[in-house]
Write a protein that binds this ligand. Structure first.
Ligand code: IPE
Ligand code: IPE
Ligand code: MG
Length: 246
């Protein structure tokens, strides 16, 4: 029986973020080149996006390429960029059909021109879709995002547009790449690593963290339901006592 039946569809995480890790190890285990791991990982993205739209998760944010990933061998980076372009071209129809809006966070201008052009095109074409917002983190670093935010706010302070005393959480939120997204409810990382790797440091302040040994290419909708079920069995206290929540 699918775990879907056990889910409480009225208590879904509104925003799920995923650190999609383990493509390389998946390929290595099979004696394949790393790149085939990435290709297989792209199929997982498709399945997970579709199922999130089906069950009505409103926001899905995927860590696809970190700023630190630029330090990988050039051949791997080039192939990842190619894979991104071909996936975007291939998936546009599915995004439209399923009413999914594509968004990006990260330093998009640092991507090869062809990639950023393709991204801008799909973002523009899907901007009025409303069932699910799929955000791809590309050339993303949370610390870089925070530095950018601090610089922008400082400039506004200098120009008397904001007074330092008025800087609060919402001012910070409004300057992040994620300004139109709610806080993350559930953060999933595949492949057994238990670290954040510079992803959404501010936005996961009160997220529930879920780590699974499953490698990203092997992750499927049942694994996602398992993660959501686990999330639903937790008590999110936000600093209060358990009794206060009753
Ligand atoms: C995640 O898989 C994909 C990216 C970071 C682009 P990895 O490529 O990191 O796979 P492992 O961690 O080497 O197994
Ligand atoms: C994190 O995975 C980045 C993405 C999933 C895109 P990495 O494989 O790059 O992370 P580390 O370096 O092992 O922490
Ligand atoms: Mg990795």
């Amino acid at each position: 029986m699918s775990l879907l039946k056990q889910l409480n569809l009225t208590n879904l995480p509104s925003h799920i973020a995923i650190i999609m890790d383990g493509n390389g190890r998946w390929a290595k285990k099979k004696g394949l080149l790393r790149n085939l791991g990435h290709q297989s990982g792209a199929k997982t993205v498709r399945e997970i996006v579709e199922v999130c739209a089906e069950i009505n998760v409103k926001f899905l944010t995927l860590y696809a390429f970190s700023t630190e990933n630029w330090n990988r061998p050039k051949l791997e980076v080039d192939l990842l960029m190619k894979l991104l372009i071909s996936s975007l071209k291939k998936e546009l129809n599915t995004l439209q059909k399923n009413n999914i809006k594509l968004a990006t966070i990260g330093n998009i201008d640092s991507l090869p021109a062809k990639v950023s052009a393709e991204l801008k095109d799909v973002v523009e074409k899907t901007k009025n879709n409303s069932r699910l917002t799929l955000t791809l983190a590309l050339s993303y670093s949370s610390r870089e995002e925070l530095i950018k935010t601090i610089k922008e706010i400082s400039l506004k302070v200098k120009n008397n547009l904001i007074s330092p005393g008025n800087i609060d959480e919402s001012v910070i939120n409004n300057h992040l790449y994620t300004r139109s997204l709610p806080d993350v409810d559930l953060l999933i990382r595949t492949s057994g690593e238990q670290r954040i790797s510079n992803f959404l440091l501010w936005q996961i302040a009160y997220a529930e963290l879920y780590f699974t040994e499953t490698l990203w290419p092997d992750f499927n909708k049942e694994n996602l339901f398992e993660a959501i079920l686990n999330y639903q069995n937790r008590e999110r206290r936000f600093g209060k006592t358990s009794e206060q929540l009753k």
